[in-house]
Design a protein around this ligand. Sequence first.
Ligand code: FE2
Ligand code: FE2
Length: 195
Amino acid sequence: MSFINKRKAWTDSKRRKWKEFFEEQKRLRSKIKEHGSDILESENFQSSQANVQHGNMTVHQHCINVTKLSLKLSRKLPFHFNERALVRGALLHDYFLYDWHKKDPANEHKNLHGFYHPGIALKNAERDFDLTDREREIIKKHMWPLTVVPPTCREAWVVTMADKYCSLMETLKLHKGHGPKLIKVKSKSHYIELR
Ligand SMILES: [Fe+2]
Ligand SMILES: [Fe+2]
C-alpha cells in the first residue's frame, strides 16, 4: 500500500470513529432526555452548574457524565436493567445542592462530605421528585463502600462503578469541565477560586 493510500485509510478510520462517537453521544443524550427531562429542566438541578465536583468539573456535568457511562455499561452487560431508574438515579446521585469545597449551612459535615452527601442528596431528591425504590437505592448507595451496606440492585452497582470511574478521571484531570478551578489554601484549609 502506498503512503497516500495508507494515510487515506488512517484518515477514514479516524473519521468513522469520530462519527460513531458523536452518534453514540446523540443516542445517550436523547435517552437521558426521554427519562429525565423534568430533572434536567428543574431549577435545582440547573443550579448545580455553579458547584464544582472535582477539578473544574461542575456537579451538573459530572452527573450527566455518570449517567451516560452508566447507560453505556448497562448495554454492555448481559443483564436486564431498568433504564428509567438507572437514568433518574444517576442524574440525582449527587443532588446535594451545595459546593462541598465551601462553608455552607447545608454542608454541616464539610470534612465528612463523602459519608453524608448520599443521604442529603436522597432527602433533596425525595422532596423534589417522585422516586421509586430502585432510584432511592442508587442515590443512597452510590458511595459504597463508604456507605457500608452494599447496593441491592444492578442499577445501583452500575452507577457506583460509573461514579468512581468519572470521579477518578476528574481528580486526575483527564476529564475536564468548564467550571471554576478551585485550589486549596493549606494554611486556612479552605478553597479559593482561580479564574
Ligand atoms: Fe457522590
Ligand atoms: Fe458522583
